[in-house]
Write a protein that binds this ligand. Structure first.
Ligand code: SAM
Length: 247
């Protein structure tokens, strides 16, 4: 498999990814805003609007936000449900979760979230225990994507929703060249400026390039057993929102 532009053994990738997020955890949210000019917030808003979590009901509504890092997607979901949804933020990296836990103390509905350290490829949750599974900019980092999708399918209830936000491939003539040179010339130096090291951000850029096209990734979602698999391009295909159902 790949780690950035290097070819690495699949069993080695996770350790390398963990080192990246261990290193950037404290500055992660700031870097997201700087590198995307804040646009990642709009993409996350779009994902949560698509999910449209219920604002009330007779049964609990449980969402697993996988690779949830510092918890910003979970916070949006809970807020959109006006405190009705219960979010579990799950991430393999304790440093990212610690930042998230600290931030959650000042959420509007802090009682609606819990943080669990686990690998997306091997979840510590019962079958059919969630109404929705969300993952934003996380699946790209998981070494065995098919396993993570199979686990997503397993923990979802029937009628459950899968939403994946991930970088895509810019294919607009002209804009693709601008995006490429921004990625190479601005992102790694900006990473060095803010976190002291360009390497994690070089990984980021290369991992985006290595990720399957939206069509290929949609096929993987279908292979995991999901139905009604669709994707929507966001901001000139910089990112894509993938939606599917467990039926
Ligand atoms: N969802 C957040 C967001 O959109 O800002 C964080 C995304 S961050 C780019 C990727 C996250 O994936 C990191 O927090 C990392 O620790 C996590 N991650 C990487 N591999 C993972 C795995 N195998 N299982 C669970 N989380 C993983």
């Amino acid at each position: 498999t790949h780690f950035g532009d290097r070819t690495v053994a699949i069993e080695d990738k996770q350790g390398l990814v963990n080192a990246v997020f261990h290193q950037v955890a404290g500055r992660y949210d700031l870097m997201n805003d700087l590198m995307s000019f804040g646009v990642h917030r709009l993409w996350k808003d779009a994902m949560v609007a698509e999910l449209a979590p219920p604002k009330g009901g007779t049964r609990p509504y449980r969402v697993l936000d996988m690779a949830g890092g510092t918890g910003d997607v979970a916070e949006r979901i809970v807020n959109a449900s006006v405190g009705y949804a219960e979010a579990v933020v799950c991430d393999i990296n304790a440093d990212m979760l610690r930042v998230g836990e600290e931030r959650a103390k000042s959420w509007r509905f802090p009682a609606q979230v819990s943080f669990v350290e686990a690998n997306a490829e091997d979840l510590p949750f019962a079958d059919a225990s969630f109404d929705a599974y969300t993952i934003a900019f996380g699946i790209r980092n998981v070494p065995r994507i098919a396993r993570a999708l199979a686990e997503a399918h397993r923990v979802l209830k029937r009628g459950g929703r899968l939403l994946v936000l991930e970088f895509s491939a810019v294919d607009v003539p002209g804009f693709d060249a601008v995006y490429r040179s921004f990625s190479d010339r601005v992102i790694p130096p900006m990473g060095r400026l803010v976190t002291g090291d360009a390497q994690p951000y070089q990984y980021l850029v290369e991992s985006i390039r290595k990720f399957p096209t939206p069509e290929a990734f949609s096929a993987m979602i279908g292979e995991a057993g999901f139905r009604r698999v669709v994707h929507t391009p966001l901001t000139g295909n910089i990112a894509a929102l993938h939606s599917a159902w467990k039926i």
